[in-house]
Ligand binder design. Structure first.
Ligand SMILES: [Zn+2]
Length: 387
């Protein structure tokens, strides 16, 4: 048994009383939390300067885009960014892609991350998932905006899903589901195929990452039409709902599917009221560094905190971030929103992410019986795993 204490311990939900001691077994399972003075005498306790907390959860990443680190300039805004990803992602060798994925996994672990919600459009990450040492929920993306050849389009994610589903983790949780990429890239029929594939499964969707998304649904105008032109899509058929994107497409997803809404950079108060009234199981995943990289904009984090809808954190891909670090995302949010306490932000980066990925039985908090990974952050912001 190992015993740890620190200047401050966050258990995934809140700060623990000063002097609390964590007892953990050699494999990292939390055995008990002892209040100050309650520990039997004669036990050797290791003290850490700085913070101890559970392993971080990166609720939204694209490990398969790791080779695009630094390839796209900052501040281009979403549509030009997506165009650059589409034209640039395949200009690399398979070996370059494989090396970048492995480096991204290694650096995620060095940054104290224990679990990832990982977007996949193909099987590039498949050979490295089982041995990654990370718990991974692979969100296989489905894309197709027009109502033509919908079954054909769905065959691709179905095939990718099948390969991931055949893989089983011995020491880590490996899961997968087919999800819509974004409302502006998925047709109504494709939504129906996704819904029918695995009823009730965990969904994730890029939501309101650009102002253009709401312009499309409200007025049938805006920058997304540039994207459709690039893709040779005739969007003339599209009929605007007059409502926000979220209020238009969310009712197309069955109530029983838990949904992770990713980004929400341009979400407004009325969308939050709509979400609360819906009674759905929703997590809002924020990727502040990626939003800053692409749009030079922060999500309205204070609005989300006040709403009571649970918030979790993601890094997005290395195409739109300099590093895969939840601690760095927390630092950015602290900088832009000094009103948000570190206690809240650590909850977003640990237990809320674990809940969002449905892994909270195993990770996300320093709760006896769980094996969350124990992370040490020293006074110089250096991160290391101690359990
Ligand atoms: Zn993304």
């Amino acid at each position: 048994m190992f015993y740890f204490k620190a200047d401050r311990i966050h258990d995934g939900y809140q700060w623990l009383e000063p002097g609390t001691v964590i007892a953990a077994t050699g494999d990292g399972t939390i055995e008990a939390l002892y209040p100050a003075g309650a520990l039997p005498s004669g036990v050797a306790v290791r003290h850490f300067g700085g913070i101890l907390c559970p392993g971080f959860v990166n609720t939204h990443c694209h490990l398969e885009l790791s080779h695009m680190k630094g390839a796209i300039a900052e501040g281009k805004r979403l549509v030009p960014f997506l165009q650059a990803v589409m034209t640039g992602r395949n200009g690399f060798s398979d070996e370059d892609k494989a090396i970048a994925i492995q480096q991204a996994i290694a650096s995620s672990r060095q940054n104290g991350i224990v679990a990832v919600g990982d977007i996949a459009n193909g099987t590039d990450t498949l050979p490295y998932r089982e041995t990654s040492g990370l718990h991974i929920h692979t969100f296989v993306e489905s894309i197709g905006f027009t109502e033509t050849k919908v079954e054909e389009r769905f065959a691709w994610p179905l095939g990718v899903y099948g390969q991931f589903a055949a893989q089983h983790g011995d020491t880590t949780l490996l899961r997968q589901s087919i999800v819509p990429h974004a409302p502006y890239s998925v047709s109504e029929s494709l939504f129906r195929l996704i819904n029918a594939h695995e009823p009730g499964t965990l969904l994730s969707v890029h939501n309101e990452e650009t102002a253009a998304e709401n312009e499309l649904y409200r007025f049938k105008e805006g920058e997304l039409f540039d994207l459709y032109r690039t893709l040779n899509i005739d969007a003339a058929f599209f009929r605007p709902s007059g409502k926000s994107s979220l209020q238009t497409y969310l009712p197309q997803l069955p109530d029983r599917n838990p949904v992770i809404l990713v980004h929400n950079t341009f979400m407004e108060a009325e969308d939050l009221a709509f979400l609360e009234a819906s009674g759905r199981e929703i997590h809002l995943c924020l990727c502040p560094n990626a939003n800053w990289y692409i749009e030079r904009k922060m999500p309205p984090a204070l609005l989300f905190q006040e709403s009571g809808i649970p918030v979790c954190l993601g890094t997005d891909s290395l195409a739109s971030n300099h590093e895969l670090s939840i601690w760095a995302e927390i630092g950015t949010l602290q900088q832009h929103f000094p009103e948000l306490s570190l206690e809240t932000l650590l909850r977003w980066g640990t237990s809320n992410g674990a809940k969002a990925l449905q892994m909270d039985q195993e990770i996300g908090s320093l709760t006896p019986g769980k094996k969350p990974g124990i992370v040490h952050i020293n006074s110089e912001n250096k991160i290391s795993r101690i359990g």
